[in-house]
Ligand binder design. Sequence first.
Ligand SMILES: CC(C)(COP(=O)(O)OP(=O)(O)OC[C@H]1O[C@@H](n2cnc3c(N)ncnc32)[C@H](O)[C@@H]1OP(=O)(O)O)[C@@H](O)C(=O)NCCC(=O)NCCS
Length: 190
Amino acid sequence: MKSLVPAVDRPPKLVTERLMLRELRDDDAADVARGAGDRRVAKYLTQVPNPYTVAVARRWIAQRVTWWDTGKGATLAIVRRNAPDDVLGTVSLRRTPRDARAELGYWLAAPAWGAGIVSEATRSVVAWGFRDLGLRRIYAEVFAGNRASCRVLEKLGMTLEGLKREHVRKGHTHHDVLLYGLLRTEWKDR
Ligand SMILES: CC(C)(COP(=O)(O)OP(=O)(O)OC[C@H]1O[C@@H](n2cnc3c(N)ncnc32)[C@H](O)[C@@H]1OP(=O)(O)O)[C@@H](O)C(=O)NCCC(=O)NCCS
């Protein structure tokens, strides 16, 4: 796992064994709309427009691209190294600079599940966050019952820090949310 030298003013491309994590582009909108709009994926995400049109995805991408300009972090497309135009999912770090922390977020298109892709992508992003962005803490929130996502976070070495009862309403259901966290001092890939 290695990161390429960052461009001066844009997020770097992170390269892993099978993947590349690169900045989102306007022409990724169709893949994003199809992937995140899929009910199997959307049911685990806090806010997903329904229907998720390409126009909506375009606006989402445009807004996420501005994160970097304002120090709020980055949302990167997950692509295979040999198919850099096909977006499988995204992974993000949303920073709170004054506290040197960031929230990790991700989703992956359902056909690509179960092959270790998000584990590989998040390992790289966590390393980037601790090594290059100066973070002290990376955390994630996940609906209780999202076992695959909990497993991804456990494999990153995250600690289950708590459960926020009925924290998020989605449709008519109020979901319990699990909070996971990892400190730079605990991070094993240093
Ligand atoms: C959660 C998600 C990102 C996982 O992506 P992925 O690339 O398939 O994950 P990985 O293959 O890297 O790892 C998944 C792990 O969970 C395990 N897992 C999968 N389904 C599981 C289940 N129902 N119960 C327990 N563990 C499960 C896998 O076995 C694997 O663990 P292992 O490596 O020890 O075998 C993907 O399923 C997804 O996008 N889901 C919908 C959106 C979402 O939940 N986003 C996160 C919001 S917090």
